[in-house]
Design a protein around this ligand. Structure first.
Ligand code: GLV
Length: 327
């Protein structure tokens, strides 16, 4: 059995794969582009991919020996699941293991942006800390603020649980009401328009789909409070980047914390990076040592199970894909 892994991943996953397969690891620090991926993975039975690789019908047609694709991520907008299913290719992801770590980071970004941690720390490094300033680096309170959660899935819920400790009023919007959670989390269901109008902090936790693409655009930003903070740890494409840059520049909203951007990576000369009220991190919300090891292990378990013909722990299309004869 041959498995192609598109980057070096934590040893916990590689060791598991090596027990049952010949493992090829993409040796460079930057991901393979489409042609490189096809050349690298030629003849492999399974692919262990990251969110940086686009796997669609064309790639799968060029790799006809591949029977399973295991994405080391909870998001899977980089994979055309329908194209995989019709070709009998099993697709797997790594949910749950990263939920709490991602929610932790959402709060890290929120607190850092609200309390202006980065500009204040940068000023210290520049030697500008001369005295205690009554008017220096004034931020926004998080404790007791109203938090609007867009997408009350696993990560949205984990963020809401943390928000209760900060005595936040919790609003949420989703494609359906989640009555059982409303009581547990003390959250109120509203539509997106109400959510952006009423929230002090808007935090995004939806997958990137055709419905959520640019769901936060000029219109939603205009409805937000001028003191509002926007946090994105989901996918960059959920926000209209240019509209956000305009809103931050003109003071339509107060600040943003972005762990994901569109495009990604953000070019170093991008206008967003010139704004003092934006904090951008390089898509690291799940990046704790323990969580990345858990993700690697689950991605490996998924892939090995699929290649053995067994039900993987977390597959998106196991039933449907195995119903198709693989060429
Ligand atoms: C990271 O963004 C993931 O989807 O796991």
């Amino acid at each position: 059995m041959r498995i192609a892994v598109t980057r070096k991943i934590p040893e916990a996953g590689l060791a598991l794969l090596a027990e049952e397969a010949e493992v090829l690891v993409w040796p460079k620090s930057l991901p393979p582009n489409r042609d490189e991926l096809i050349a690298f993975a030629a003849g492999a039975d399974g692919l262990l991919t990251l969110l940086t690789e686009r796997v669609d019908g064309e790639v799968l047609d060029a790799l006809p020996t591949v029977r399973a694709v295991s994405n080391m991520a909870v998001g899977y907008d980089n994979i055309d699941v329908e194209a995989a299913t019709t070709r009998g290719v099993v697709v797997c992801i790594t949910p749950d293991v990263l939920t709490e770590t991602t929610a932790d980071f959402t709060f890290a970004l929120l607190l850092a942006v609200a309390r202006r941690v980065k500009p204040a720390a940068d000023a210290v490094l520049r030697g500008e800390w001369k005295t205690w300033e009554p008017l220096g680096f004034l931020g926004q309170d998080v404790y007791g603020a109203t938090l609007g959660i867009v997408g009350m899935g696993r990560i949205g819920q984990a963020v809401a649980r943390r928000a209760r400790g900060f005595a936040m009023t919790i609003l949420y919007t989703d494609h359906e009401r989640r009555l059982e959670l409303e009581e547990e989390l003390g959250a109120r269901f509203v539509n997106l328009e109400q959510l952006v109008r009423e929230s002090d902090v808007v935090s995004l936790h939806v997958p990137l789909t055709s419905e959520t693409r640019q769901m936060i655009g000029a219109e939603q930003l205009r409805l937000m409070k001028r003191s509002a903070i926007l946090i994105n740890t989901a996918r960059g494409g959920v926000i209209d980047t240019e509209a956000l840059a305009d809103a931050l520049e003109s003071g339509t909203i107060w600040a943003a914390g972005l762990d994901v951007t569109d495009p990604e990576p953000l070019p170093p000369d991008h206008r967003l990076l010139r704004l003092p009220n934006v904090l951008v991190t390089p898509h690291i919300a799940s990046a704790s040592e323990a969580t990345r090891a858990r993700m690697a292990r689950l991605a490996a378990e998924n892939l090995l199970a699929a290649l053995r013909g067994e039900r993987p722990p977390r597959s998106l299309n196991w039933e449907a894909a195995r119903g198709r004869a693989h060429p």
